[in-house]
Design a protein around this ligand. Structure first.
Ligand code: NDP
Length: 244
């Protein structure tokens, strides 16, 4: 029987790569994005496995009611949802002394509250089906902190705390909840980082290169696979040794 998964923020970068991978694995997909419709459509067109059903739900994950619609739509189309990947995320970097309330709130609302919103709405349904794999995409800076990212690191540290609490609540119902903490991965998000800063960062990465979205898709594939059935409440770092 084919499995189904929801991926938020699937229109580009890491989310798009996770979508590709789950398509290759035969998953039916519910793909969410916020603004980039053409990019989302291109991702689906590029899928190599044409035997799956894919639906697109455009919504802003920071909106509680929109996330309910996302989850409801998923269950209207597929009897069960096996996997939820909370990947949608943004940065609005600034030094603490310069950071606006809007910059702080926007990042917390998308990265932290967005993860809560989707988990909240899917939790009862996954408990009822007595099966679920939730993977929350955190970040290395949620573990290490980073100057200029007070908002972002707080949101990603929050995701880790939330992951552990949810793992404790949902384990009895055979729902595993884990986080992946990527290091610096080559996407539009990191394209914004100035070259001199990137060069400086590379000096601190033992593997001496940025990661690729495929590295994160590999971690997600493992965590949702039958090879990870006794793993919950964990943070899997995928960072080239940048933070240990
Ligand atoms: P990108 O900026 O390349 O892509 C972000 C995706 O999230 C897009 O599909 C975007 O949709 C979607 N998105 C953003 N805000 C919302 C929202 N409010 N509601 C729904 N969808 C939204 O980011 P990455 O691929 O680099 O990052 C993916 C995840 O990985 C994020 O959570 C990020 O924090 C995390 N991460 C990334 C790292 C990196 O080095 N790249 C390192 C550590 C963690 P659209 O474009 O349509 O608006």
């Amino acid at each position: 029987m084919s499995k189904s998964a929801i991926i938020t923020g699937a229109s580009k970068g890491i989310g798009a790569e996770i979508a590709n991978r789950l398509n290759e694995l035969g998953y039916n997909l519910v793909l969410n994005y916020r603004s980039n419709t053409s990019s989302m459509e291109e991702i689906i067109e590029s899928f190599t496995n044409k035997d799956t059903k894919n639906i697109i739900v455009q919504c802003d994950v920071s909106n509680y009611d929109d996330c309910k619609t996302l989850i409801d739509t998923a269950y209207e189309n597929f009897k069960t949802i096996d996997v939820l990947v909370n990947n949608a995320g943004i940065t609005k970097d600034n030094l603490l002394a310069m950071m606006s309330e809007q910059e702080f709130d926007a990042v917390i609302d998308t990265n932290l509250k967005g993860t809560f919103n989707c988990c909240r709405h899917i939790s009862k349904r996954m408990m009822k089906q007595k099966y679920g794999r939730i993977v929350n995409i955190s970040s290395v800076v949620g573990l290490s902190g980073n100057a200029g990212q007070v908002n972002y690191s707080a949101s990603k540290a929050g995701v880790i705390g939330m992951t552990k609490s949810m793992a404790r609540e949902l384990g009895k119902k055979n729902i595993l909840v884990n986080a992946v903490a990527p290091g610096f991965i080559q996407t539009e998000m990191t394209d914004k980082i100035p070259e001199d800063m990137k060069a400086e960062m590379l000096k601190n990465i033992p593997l001496n290169k940025l990661g690729s979205p495929k590295d994160i898709a590999d971690a997600v594939e493992f965590l949702i696979s039958d090879k990870a059935t006794y793993i919950t409440g964990q943070v899997l770092s995928v960072n080239g040794g940048f933070y240990m």
